[in-house]
Design a protein around this ligand. Structure first.
Ligand SMILES: Cc1cc2nc3c(=O)[nH]c(=O)nc-3n(C[C@H](O)[C@H](O)[C@H](O)COP(=O)(O)OP(=O)(O)OC[C@H]3O[C@@H](n4cnc5c(N)ncnc54)[C@H](O)[C@@H]3O)c2cc1C
Length: 509
């Protein structure tokens, strides 16, 4: 069974590489092509949008990417002792085909693999410590949780199988005008239900035990999304997939994909903060009025504005994330959509771990645990504690025991106090803290996810984060919006919101 699925997935990836330039080759260019496109945000979403928009609209269109901070956005690294370490988005699933495809096109490679070992901490002691022996782990899990563990893998695999359909749809040029329609095309009503219930509700309904949810599932949602099993079921399944084997990262740092995509798409980077987007009218050649978008921004040389045919907003329109004022639109577009982003503080410490903090009696020189996840209880002030490997693995590098000074990353929702640090570490020589508004604070049921289409040719990429926030989700949204913008520009409605695609495309590969 698994083999059959894998081979279909492998085929999809191969197809993705082969049919990369689909839209560009097939456009019935009756209408004049757009001249200028603006993208607001130079994270993975914005730079992937530049890549796919270039693919769809061809070499003549001018694409400008506005970035107020650093290219990469929530993909960022920190230098400690001459080595770079990931502080934001760090792991990529083996079936994230767009991310794989980007590496392929950009000539980047996955980072060398370093072995890891996981443990779960209840605030006082380790409730689980992974053994080097697969069979030992298997028997322990079976003993404590019966078949919950195996069934969880099957449940996540079933969701992933449906998730993978999006690659086939996109390969054939299909696009969706809302997050709900995109989810429905992948997984039908089941996916819409998942987004509107908690992971806890979804898994209890599937027959998983509460103890298993508390002991095993919660630590995974805490490390990946800083939240409990009350996040929505869809993002919960994505979090659980993040506990699969074969996870990878980009050699040299994940943010290299963003600068690579920017370069490859021949887009121009505008280092400026966009302050406002407004709709303007101008007379067209045919005598009627045509609308276009004016983007106002502040860069190093002060305030300026430019006009565009198409605009893609690739940054969250939420409090604390961006402050863009929209004017002249009816109905009005809010500066901030409802809901908030969850704070995750990433604290990087180069120091000596106090293993007794974890309640273990193991000697530090024999303690090789690299990832400590935590239960959701008052005693756990941190969400996770991980030993970090540099983004570029030096020759001869191997995991070191806790008796040696190394770089640890702690995720918590509040900044760590001096007292916290003194409890967790015996000594340290550097501490750096990055406060992220990391991902949506998920509290299903959703009122409604924000729209992909803010106005006629004004699109919103990060709407997708309300289903799930991940690098691949931004890339999927980027491809969807590039296709959508293309089809709407050339009025190819047959490629938008088609029902029952899964059945119709069966046998096409
Ligand atoms: C701590 C942490 C851990 C994570 N772990 C993972 C993980 O392991 N795996 C995974 O897949 N995902 C992970 N994620 C999520 C992932 O990083 C994000 O989903 C993804 O990077 C979002 O990319 P984006 O381009 O859509 O948004 P962003 O990266 O936020 O990019 C938006 C960009 O827009 C810019 N901007 C904002 N306002 C303006 C403006 N007005 N004008 C101009 N520019 C503006 C910002 O500076 C930013 O660079 C993690 C995130 C965090 C924070």
């Amino acid at each position: 069974m698994a083999l059959r699925h894998l081979s279909v997935k492998a085929l999809l990836f191969f197809g993705l590489c082969q049919v990369g330039r689909r839209g560009f080759a097939s456009a019935p260019e009756v209408r004049e092509a757009p001249k200028k496109i603006a993208i607001i945000g130079g994270g993975i979403g914005g730079t992937a949008a530049a890549f796919f928009l270039r693919q769809e609209f061809g070499p003549a269109v001018k694409i400008e990417v506005f970035e107020a901070g650093t290219v990469g956005g929530r993909l960022a690294t920190e230098n400690i002792g001459g080595y770079e370490y990931e502080t934001g988005g760090s792991i990529i699933h083996p079936l994230n085909l767009h991310m794989k495809h980007f590496l392929d096109r950009l000539g980047l490679s996955p980072r060398a693999d370093v072995s890891s070992k996981l443990a779960i901490f209840d605030g006082k002691e380790l409730t689980f410590e992974e053994s080097d022996w697969f069979i030992v782990n298997f028997i322990r899990m079976l003993w404590r949780y019966g078949f919950n563990f195996i069934r969880m893998h099957m449940w996540v695999e079933g969701i992933l199988d449906k998730f993978m359909r999006i690659y086939q749809y996109q390969q054939f040029g299909y696009s969706f005008s809302s997050v709900e329609k995109l989810l429905h095309a992948m997984g039908g009503d089941g996916f819409l239900t998942l987004v509107n219930q908690t992971l806890e509700e979804a898994m209890l309904a599937e027959g998983f035990s509460q103890v298993f949810l508390n002991d095993v599932v919660t630590p995974v949602t805490r490390v990946n999304y800083g939240q409990s099993v009350r996040i929505n079921g869809f993002v919960g399944a994505i979090a659980l997939a993040g506990a699969d084997s074969g996870l990878w990262a980009v050699d040299g740092g994940n943010k290299m994909v963003c600068s690579g995509l920017l370069y490859h798409s021949k887009a121009e980077l505008v280092p400026a903060r966009v302050t406002a987007i407004s709709m303007k009218m101008r007379p067209s050649k045919t005598g009627s009025a045509a609308n276009f978008y004016e983007v106002n921004y502040v860069g190093e040389s002060g305030a300026a504005h430019s006009t565009y045919d198409i605009v893609v907003v690739a940054t969250p329109l939420h409090q604390g994330m961006s402050d863009i004022n929209f004017s002249g639109f009816s109905p009005p577009i809010p500066t901030h959509f409802p809901g908030r982003y969850h704070q995750t503080v990433a604290t990087l410490v180069h120091g000596l771990l106090n293993v007794s903090y974890l309640g273990t009696t193991e000697k530090p020189e024999r303690f090789f645990v690299s990832d400590v996840l935590t239960l959701d209880n008052k005693a756990s002030e941190i969400h996770s504690l991980s030993s970090l490997n540099p983004v570029k693995i030096p020759k001869g590098y191997s995991p070191s025991p806790a008796s040696q000074h190394k770089v640890w990353k702690i995720f918590s929702s509040q900044p760590l106090s001096q007292k916290n640090l003194q409890q967790i570490f015996l000594s340290w020589d550097s501490v750096s803290e990055k406060r992220w508004l990391a991902y949506p604070s998920y509290s299903p049921p959703h009122r409604r996810t924000p729209p992909f289409i803010l106005h006629d040719r004004l699109y919103y990429l990060n709407a997708v984060e309300w289903a799930a926030s991940a690098m691949e989700m931004s890339a999927i949204s980027a491809r969807n919006l590039a296709l959508l913008a293309h089809h709407r520009w050339y009025e190819q409605t047959a490629k938008i919101n088609q029902e029952d695609l899964h059945t119709r495309l069966k046998g096409e590969l």
